[in-house]
Design a protein around this ligand. Structure first.
Ligand code: SF4
Length: 284
């Protein structure tokens, strides 16, 4: 079937823990049947800053659909081949431990210009895991939809893997994904704001709109506090002020201060003063 048939060779299915990539996994399963683990691996990279609902959702998708999802996390290790660990729903990091480890290793924070967190926390652990299975080359199914054309990049990668966009090839837009989840008996337990799961991916991701980051500070101050703590940590590791903040325009402490002073602020795209609006998706 157009878009969903597995390409030849080995295939990684990148499961981000969001509704779109879960839908992608479901459709590939529906068309191709049970996966042969020699040929197909479903991988979820946990940064440690996913909301508990996301971790529960990943677990449920695996259990309900009878598919083995491998959970991997970044680990700091002298041997690059060992910079990952396989974890489970039970043992997965829940307080940003892998994220903090890469910040300590780098000595500064990721930001919109130097977004090393995606590469080190998501891509690399998955890649090292597949290399540990003696995979040489593979295709990676990426959960980007047909209505997100600016995120599609078909240029060949100078990598062991190449991208596969099954949702684009199948002409799937947000509507089909929303309809699919309306018909399911379970769902990702995260609120949708302005068409996006404001708390999907890393909870306080600096790619998210200012409104979504402010929502975290207001509704989950204890989770926002971790991001402030990382800015303090980076400040002790680097003398470059830009390396100690996730965003040029404001620090996480500035954002909290603003939220505390504007208790009735309505968080929407129009109120973004400092940050580009984005779904906060963290993708290849
Ligand atoms: S979701 Fe954001 S903070 Fe998390 S790894 Fe991706 S870009 Fe980095």
């Amino acid at each position: 079937m157009r878009g969903w048939t597995l390409p030849s060779g080995k295939v990684q299915i990148s499961f981000s823990g969001g509704r779109t990539s879960a839908y992608m996994l479901h459709q590939i399963l529906a068309v191709n049947g049970d996966f042969d683990p020699e040929r197909v691996q479903v991988v979820f990279s946990n940064t440690g800053r996913e909301m508990p609902a996301t971790l529960d959702f990943v677990q449920q998708c695996g259990e309900r659909w009878g598919v083995h999802i491998v959970w991997v996390e970044y680990r700091n290790h002298v041997d690059p081949r060992q910079r990952f660990e396989i974890v489970s729903h039970n043992s997965a990091s829940r307080n940003g431990e892998p994220f903090e480890a890469i910040i300590r290793t780098k000595g500064y924070l990721p930001n919109q210009q130097t977004r090393f967190c995606t590469a080190e926390l998501k891509l690399r652990p998955a890649k090292e895991y597949l290399l540990s299975l003696n995979w040489d080359n593979w295709r990676a199914a990426i959960g980007i939809r047909a209505d997100e054309p600016r995120r599609i990049n078909r240029k060949p990668l100078r990598e062991r893997w190449q991208r596969w966009y099954p949702l684009v090839d199948a002409q799937i837009t947000r509507h089909e994904v929303v309809d699919f989840w309306r018909g399911q008996s379970f769902d990702l337990g995260l609120e949708v704001v302005n068409g996006n799961s404001a708390l999907g991916n890393c909870d306080g991701c600096f790619l998210k709109s200012e409104a979504h980051q402010a929502m975290l500070a207001r509704d989950f101050p204890e989770r926002h506090a971790w991001w402030e703590e990382m800015e303090r940590l980076a400040g002790s590791l680097t003398s470059n002020p830009n390396g100690a903040r996730f965003q040029k325009a404001y620090t996480k402490a500035d954002l909290r201060d603003f939220v505390e002073r504007q208790g009735d602020w309505i968080f929407d795209k129009e109120n973004d003063a400092l940050c580009q609006a984005d779904g906060g998706e963290c993708m290849i």
